[in-house]
Design a protein around this ligand. Structure first.
Ligand SMILES: [Zn+2]
Length: 718
């Protein structure tokens, strides 16, 4: 029977789920699904006359069992019959029970709530889903605490997703409803059942309760989806979550899993835990970190920590929520016209804003890559005013259908270069937008361009291209390379234009007298420039290799070559592809690129040497010598949080501390996994890392213990 019904469902998939909109099943929780009675032979297996004649009791049980199976399939997002067929079964059962109440099955599925609802039907919330009072200043946090003296307040991340209300009746999930306008939302039960993690099907709670929270698409899910669908990328996790819950059919959005994180509980029972977090966790819900705070100062510290960790989490957040920890106190505080008195939303600077894409300029990079740069109407995002952002490459522009003149979504999070995520609402177009046309020749030297790779990145392969020359010089002078900090990009461009600078070695021919020939430069700054160039002669193998900007050779490549025992840049150039691929994590493509470019750069290496520039490996880049009886020998460790030297109280950069651990015999890993032995924690550690370590059985040690061991083994620098 299901086979035939399934085929019928496949044929009419869309209408089955989205039909019959407009009814409000919430007004009658036990209501059957809507639509008419059209029993079919396939479903009812015979007529009523026949089934009565056979055995009414048996028929009742058969129908009841069918209903359980069909409802389950429906809730899982894969209904196997049209809803008219389902209705016919329920109606037949209802009629039979009405006339033979003594034969009613136990449990009677008709009395069980959680009857299938109609997807996206409007449903009125039991109590309005209010918005929160907003705050942006510490004084507002203080004012909040002063309103509730002596009350404990929880501070938690304010997730940037979609608010949902989950209604449980008789221990079963009856409905999932979007926030909507706060009064009425959309029924999204089948979608939430099929796609959301963190939504238990059953609770060990007999009474009606409502759990509210945020449905988000995790950043990892979002990234994986976009990697798998480069042609139809999602614009950001929030929009992706919203689009997923607007889908007409769970099957079409099956890869877009959502995560539900609970933040509120409405219950009329007295015996639910009064503490919000404990109550939610005990029922099996996932809860974003909630920290209990006794005063405004403690709360402000938690808010700061949440903001600092904002970019390390797997979900987007746009602030912190403060809320009375005790549910009774929260209820007693009451509401204003549109917000509860017992909560406050502290907003962080937005990481995404929309603005107008004024123009696109094709920029020539140090390796000759021609990349599109978006020129934007100034927009304040991620705590700064952004006027330029990256557009990646022409394939991204095409997949996201971005045009000049569009109102685009700009994202700037943490240290990441601002980028144009896409066009939020293409219906705003006026027709005056222009296509973004990639150039066919280099904007600097006008040589024809080549395309490389799947993303069809454009390259100028002319090594004497003026724009590339300037970029390479700026890169040589950058902090990660020779670190000539007294000469900025503008000066490098001027000197290159004047024909004085062409290769890195030309820096070392500059003289104070020569610099003083230029306008707008005084004795002091000329002397500073020369000093800075002098210091940079100590650049060494690793940073010189970075500074030469060899395609495909990353900073990691440079570090690995040093650790593998190469003593100088010339030695790397002479190693041959075989000698380089023997190094861990250096593949044949990287090796070939290194050999090709270092061979080409050979005369430049000689010029650098002649100018007194060190291209030998520096002591700090050598593999650490592990002392005998080293305390961390054989251990794989992960370092997290802020590290400081207990002797001076001064902050210690994480790489420096990791190097000390290596000297003590440790192997450093960047993230906690099953093969991690120790998680070393500094200050302000995110709970996510700790939870993961706990789950994997990784030992967690405070940094103070490691400092003591390092001290005891005489490994600390004096
Ligand atoms: Zn060029």
């Amino acid at each position: 029977m299901l086979g035939r019904g399934y085929a019928a469902w496949k044929r009419r998939r869309q209408p089955v789920i989205s039909r019959s909109r407009g009814r409000d099943p919430a007004s009658d929780p036990a209501a059957p699904p809507t639509s008419g009675i059209t029993p079919t032979r396939a479903v009812c297996r015979g007529t009523r006359v026949v089934s009565w004649a056979v055995d009414v009791g048996e028929r009742i049980q058969e129908l009841a069992d069918q209903i359980v199976v069909l409802r389950d399939a429906y809730y899982r997002g894969s209904p196997v019959v049209a809803d008219a067929e389902y209705d016919a079964i329920e109606d037949e059962l209802r009629t039979l029970i009405d006339t033979n109440p003594e034969l009613a099955p136990d449990p009677n599925p008709l009395n069980q709530v959680g009857a299938p609802a109609v997807l996206h039907a409007p449903i009125r919330h039991s109590r309005p889903m209010l918005s929160l009072e907003k705050a942006t200043r510490p004084e507002q946090v203080e004012a909040f605490f002063s309103r509730f003296p002596g009350q404990s307040v929880v501070v938690m991340p304010k997730l940037d997703g979609l608010s949902l209300a989950l209604v449980y009746e008789s221990g079963q999930l009856a409905r999932a409803i979007t926030r909507g306008d706060g009064t009425t939302g959309d029924d999204v039960t089948p979608l939430v059942r099929a796609l959301a993690d963190g939504v238990p099907d059953r609770l060990d709670v007999p009474d009606r309760i409502e759990v509210r929270g945020e449905a988000v698409m995790l950043r990892s899910t979002f990234a994986a989806y976009n990697a798998a669908h480069p042609d139809k990328p999602l614009i950001n996790p929030r929009n992706a979550a919203a689009g997923t819950l607007r889908a007409k059919d769970p099957a079409t959005v099956a890869e877009r899993r959502l995560q539900f994180l609970a933040f509120d509980l409405l219950s009329d029972r007295d015996n639910t835990d009064a503490d919000l977090e404990r109550a939610l966790r005990s029922m099996g819900f996932t809860v974003a970190d909630m920290r209990h705070c006794g005063d405004a100062e403690a709360a402000q510290a938690v808010i700061t920590t949440i903001e600092q960790q904002r970019n390390d989490l797997d979900y987007d957040l746009d602030g912190a929520v403060l809320r009375l920890a005790d549910r009774d106190a929260f209820a007693a505080a009451g509401t204003r016209s549109s917000s509860p008195r017992g909560a406050l939303a502290y907003k962080f600077a937005a990481e995404e804003k929309t603005t107008v894409l004024a123009d696109v300029v094709w920029d020539v990079g140090k390796t000759g890559k021609i990349a599109p740069v978006a020129w934007l109407e100034p927009v304040f995002v991620g705590g700064t005013t952004v006027t330029r952002a990256t557009l990646a490459n022409q394939e991204v522009i095409r997949a996201r259908d971005i045009k000049i003149g569009d109102t685009v979504l700009v994202r700037r999070a943490g240290d990441v270069i601002p980028f144009v995520a896409g066009v939020l609402d293409a219906s705003k177009r006026t027709g005056a937008e222009r296509d973004i046309v990639p150039p066919t020749s280099c904007p600097s030297c006008e040589q024809a361009l080549t395309e490389q790779g799947n993303s069809r990145e454009l390259f100028c392969t002319n090594l004497s291209c003026p724009a590339q020359t300037v970029r390479r010089l700026i890169h040589w002078a950058s902090r990660a390379a020779a670190d000539i900090d007294a000469i900025g990009g503008v000066w490098i461009e001027r000197l290159a234009d004047a024909g004085i600078l062409e290769n890195p070695s030309d820096f070392y021919q500059l003289t104070k007298e020569g610099l003083l020939q230029f306008d707008r430069i005084g004795e002091v700054s000329a002397a500073r420039m020369i000093d800075s160039i002098d210091t940079s002669r100590q650049v060494g193998l690793r940073r010189a290799l970075i500074g030469l900007a060899i395609p495909m050779a990353s900073e990691g490549t440079a570090a690995r070559l040093c650790r593998a025992g190469f003593a100088s840049l010339e030695e790397v150039a002479d190693a041959g592809v075989d000698g380089l691929v023997a190094v861990d994590d250096i593949g044949p493509k990287v090796a070939a690129s290194l050999i090709e470019h270092l061979t080409r750069l050979r005369p430049e290496l000689e010029r650098l040497r002649a100018a007194g520039v060190t291209l030998d490996v520096r002591e700090e880049d050598l593999p650490p010598v592990v002392a005998a009886g080293a305390p961390l020998a054989g251990k794989t460790v992960v370092v997290t949080g802020a590290i400081s030297d207990p002797r001076s109280g001064e902050k210690v950069a994480r790489p420096a501390f990791q190097r000390l651990c290596e000297k003590a015999g440790a192997t450093i890993a960047s993230s906690v996994s099953a093969s991690t032995d120790l998680l070393i924690t500094g200050a302000d550690v995110g709970a996510a890392k700790l939870t993961k370590a706990e789950k994997l059985g990784v030992t967690v040690v405070d940094q103070s213990e490691i400092w003591q061991q390092l001290h005891a083994a005489d490994l600390l620098p004096r």
